[in-house]
Design a protein around this ligand. Sequence first.
Ligand code: 5RP
Length: 220
Amino acid sequence: MSETKRLAGEKAIDFVEDGMIVGVGTGSTVAYFIDALADIKHRIKGTVSSSEQSTQRLRALGIEVLELNSAGPLALYVDGADECDPDKRLIKGGGAALTREKIIAESSDRFVCIIDPGKRVDVLGKFPLPVEVIPMARSLVAREILRLTGGQPVWRQDASGKGVVTDNGNAILDVHGLAIRDPLSLESALNQIPGVVTVGLFARRAADVVIVGGEPPQVL
Ligand code: 5RP
């Protein structure tokens, strides 16, 4: 339970307009947004969800979840982040949902990012950078990331020591020890490695608006 996350999630409701199909991200901050969205669900046409976790929460609250392919371009996407720099570039993927999150962000006219104040940084990279990879390419991608960046890729495992499997059936490498001074170039370079599905850097498609939870919330 985080008060600042709740304040950020609830403030994002200001960006929802009547009749919209709303893109919905993943995570504990987004959970507060979903709960607030339930109160106005009769005003929207539906949602497009970025994860099985968010889909479950949306459906449990009686909010319709549509396929992105039939929903078409979206007016609004609301999602959290693990880090946010002064240019609204982000690290995302702490919840392993980065691929669908990036697809929906790209499909949306406006990306509203909701964070607590601790997520703001000058330089991205203290939070280990998530990279979703095709399972058979895990070691190859890890070696290439080490060679290209000097960062330390670590295969994400769950509490029982099993490799985390994303909603798309892939693995996650978390890259430690980076100070990302040129996020756009790094995103592009890592995207070139065969076997990389998605890099959790949102620099090419950064957020348009950032809401920082607080009393009152700050809208950047
Ligand atoms: C999931 C994400 C989340 O937005 C990010 O991890 C932030 O989560 P939280 O709101 O729980 O702090 O990118 O893949």
